[in-house]
Design a protein around this ligand. Structure first.
Ligand SMILES: CC(C)NC[C@H](O)COc1ccc(S(N)(=O)=O)cc1
Ligand SMILES: [Zn+2]
Length: 257
């Protein structure tokens, strides 16, 4: 099965997922100069009646899942022609003192990257169906840099204790990811893919320019989570669960204000 080690990591994913060598793969490096598109309106995250359900360890990341049976939590505006429904969010991070973001900015990585995953419920009947369509998904990427404690991240890192092992899941209700947003929503946007298998080329990426700040101590709690299940002999710490930047292949990246 795919993972992030030498024998099953990003460099060999193309063997089982040939789209890994495709023309709109993610993540990418965001160059210093990006064309500013004044026609790009602001993105709006309507998460007021947010409905988180649980938090789980899927063996690749820690995921907070949402009830996506109606349009209670949606993102719209920016490059999007429809509202997209919030399905889950998860993180990618590095090892102790090392960077672990997936996208880079002018060649620079951040300590971690948060992905808020949404799907186009106007055009498609389910997340899995939307995930195979070129306009099916919209993922908001938020960079995490180290500094002071993040005032709300502890609710997530405390819950991570409960999902130490692959396959574990625990209740996680009433969490509104709005508390994880930076102060301004200026963004870059481009057409890309899932950054893990099945690597479907179905994602409109919306990357926020302003990182949020979390402490090294809080990031350390991410690394107490394991890639491996409770019944496995090996105990592999979950860290460096990121794919490195992929070829741009002529794609345009647009910048909001
Ligand atoms: C059946 C298939 C579509 N299921 C997909 C699976 O849930 C993985 O979904 C995802 C969702 C988001 C991402 S990322 N890192 O690009 O935000 C990667 C994989
Ligand atoms: Zn991700």
């Amino acid at each position: 099965h795919w993972g992030y080690s030498k024998e099953n990591g990003p460099d060999v994913w193309h063997k089982n997922y040939p789209v890994a060598l495709g023309s709109r793969q993610s993540p990418i490096d965001i160059p210093r100069q990006v064309s500013h598109d004044p026609s790009l309106g602001p993105i709006v995250l309507d998460y007021d009646h947010c409905t988180s359900i649980n938090i789980s360890n899927n063996g690749h990341s820690v995921v907070v899942n949402f009830d996506d049976t109606d349009d209670r939590s949606v993102i719209h505006g920016g490059p999007l022609e429809n509202p997209y429904r919030l399905k889950q969010f998860h993180f990618h991070w590095g090892g102790k003192g090392c960077d672990g973001s997936e996208h880079t900015v002018a060649g620079n990585s951040y300590a971690s990257e948060l992905h808020l995953v949404h799907w186009n419920a106007v055009k498609y009947q389910s997340f899995d169906q939307a995930a195979t369509a070129p306009d099916g998904l919209a993922v908001v990427g938020i960079f995490l840099e180290t500094g002071d404690d993040h005032r709300w991240l502890h609710t997530i890192t405390d819950a991570m204790y409960m999902v130490k092992y692959k396959g574990s899941v625990t209740d996680f209700k009433g969490f509104n990811p709005k508390c994880l947003l930076p102060s301004n929503l200026h963004f870059w946007t481009y057409l890309g893919s899932l950054t893990t298998p099945p690597l479907h080329e179905s994602v409109t990426w919306i990357l926020l320019k302003e990182p949020i700040v979390v402490s090294e101590k809080q990031l350390g709690k991410f690394r107490l989570v394991l890639f491996t299940g409770e019944e496995e002999d090996q105990r592999l710490r979950m860290e460096n669960n990121f794919r490195t930047p992929q070829p741009l292949k002529g794609r345009r990246i647009r910048s909001s204000n």
